[in-house]
Write a protein that binds this ligand. Structure first.
Ligand SMILES: *[C@@H]1O[C@H](CO)[C@@H](O)[C@H](O)[C@H]1NC(C)=O
Ligand SMILES: [Zn+2]
Ligand SMILES: [Zn+2]
Length: 459
């Protein structure tokens, strides 16, 4: 293309772009005014009420029937159409033109059962009954179940965003897809939502988790991998049992298992790039019952984590090789189960670079740019990862909810976990702003692309 045409094209594009509302103060209204709307006393009290009702009746994976009903009642009241059921209890709402582009916002709905581990994303043999230990007016009314991960707040904030977006629906330049998904806690709810078509035609999706570490009004995230992929394994190491005093008549699986466990620790320390964080943990070992009997077999199991698909696949392959190979050194055999059918394996959650820019700009508008901070990746996993694989661009961030003057908050999955409700307007406004601005900018981009096409036709 000649340079004369380029200048003409540039002029035409410029004219076209100038006729659009500038980004950040889009037709959908400025992002900071969404925060004002979400903080409005009536909206705030409505959100607190919703969250209290959901919190009192925690429901586990794929059993979120009352939560799902509450969501649909609220969408009905707002006049927002939706699909239901999606993935058993899931709900997918639509705000805006009903046509493309489609941008999605995601909230998870499930509460936690009896659980023994205290890290976000962990799942395990259930040992301790998770009984809410926070005394407040909406304390869990269901024994052994609790919204101890903040998903009651996530549902509430997405409903808050729905209200704001619906008020501004005439200004939306596309469709916001509201994704209420079941079963985040290890039961693959996101995967099932995707299989049931929840994000068909969606070109970008946003999700967040409340964060006990950072203050209200602060958000943190990063471009690229943000939460680890997680896998699990269980191995049976078999030898030949016998009397402990006659070891030469046995093939000792306890010795073999011990060497296997030590060798597994070399995968990260000797085979992984020190700058590519990975974890291999053997967290389970069972075998032998008597002081004087060498058992026939030993069972070991654990988890592995990484921040790239390549290192994840590499770990998985090497865990198998090390267990089989090291067991055979001591004349034992080993079988390995990666528990693919029994526990949900989460892929790595990868944030789009483009959406990171979008997030920094929009969240900066809403909160002030010094409150939008870069963070380290987290070794925990999140099934939002499935959306980050299924949708062209995905973005996951952490929404601070600590208030210094009210003391520290307990981490997720603790029976003392609580949400600082001051966070509710922030999550609602961020959801709404990220989606509305995304549509405004996508509209500008496609208009520019169209103009470019027309110019080509005319020239
Ligand atoms: C933190 O708590 C104090 C005291 O309860 C309150 O006055 C203040 O507004 C809270 N801060 C935020 C950011 O909501
Ligand atoms: Zn959780
Ligand atoms: Zn959670």
């Amino acid at each position: 293309m000649g340079s004369g045409r380029c200048v003409l094209l540039a002029l035409l594009l410029r004219l076209l772009l100038l006729s659009e509302p500038p980004a950040g103060v889009s037709a959908a209204g400025s992002s900071s005014s969404f925060l004002g709307e979400a903080k409005d006393a009536e909206v705030f009290q409505w959100m607190r009420g919703l969250r209290g009702r959901i919190h009192e009746h925690p429901e586990l994976a794929y059993e979120e029937f009352e939560t799902s009903r509450l969501i649909r009642e609220e969408l009905d009241a707002m006049g927002i159409p939706y699909k239901h059921p999606v993935a058993v209890t899931g709900v997918v709402g639509f705000v805006g033109t009903g046509g493309p582009p489609f941008v999605a916002l995601r909230a998870d709905m499930d509460a936690l059962p009896i659980q023994m581990c205290s890290l976000m994303g962990c799942r395990s043999n259930f040992v301790m009954i998770l009984q809410e230990s926070v005394e407040w007016e909406h304390k869990s009314k269901v024994s052994g179940k609790m919204h101890a991960c903040g998903h009651d707040g996530h549902v509430t904030m997405l409903l808050g965003a729905a209200k704001i977006l619906q008020r501004h629906r005439e200004d939306l330049q596309g469709t916001v897809v509201l994704v209420f998904q079941p079963a985040e806690e290890g039961a693959g709810g996101a995967k099932k939502m995707i299989e049931d078509g929840a994000v068909e035609n969606v070109e970008a999706i946003f999700g967040f988790h409340v964060d006990s570490e950072n203050p209200v009004g602060v958000v943190t995230s990063r471009p690229g991998p943000v939460m680890a992929g997680s896998g699990f394994f269980e191995a049976v190491i078999s030898g030949k049992g016998g009397h402990a005093a006659i070891p030469h008549h046995t093939i000792d699986p306890i010795m073999a298992a011990s060497n296997v466990i030590v060798s597994l620790q070399h995968l990260v320390s000797r085979e992984a790039d020190p700058l590519d964080s990975q974890v291999v943990t053997v967290s389970k070992i069972q075998g032998g019952e008597a002081f004087n009997v060498i058992p026939d077999s030993v069972v070991i199991g654990g988890t592995f984590r990484s921040f790239s698909r390549e290192s994840f696949a590499q770990l998985r392959q090497r865990i198998r090789e090390v267990i089989v190979g090291q067991a055979s050194v001591q004349r034992c055999t080993a079988t390995i189960d990666f528990l693919d059918d029994k526990v949900s394996h989460f892929p790595v959650t990868v944030n789009s670079e483009d959406l990171h820019q979008h997030f920094v700009e929009v969240a900066g508008d809403v909160l002030g740019s010094n409150n939008v901070r870069t963070r380290q990746p987290v070794m925990g996993s999140e099934d939002f990862a499935f959306f980050s694989e299924a949708v062209p661009a995905a973005y996951y961030y952490f929404l601070g909810m600590k208030n210094e003057s009210q003391g520290p908050l307990k981490p997720p999955h603790s029976p003392f976990f609580r949400i600082n409700e001051e966070v509710l307007p922030y999550g609602a406004a961020l959801h709404a702003s990220l989606a509305a601005e995304y549509l405004a900018q996508a509209h500008t981009r496609s208009a520019a692309a169209q103009a470019q096409g027309q110019v080509h036709d005319e020239l």
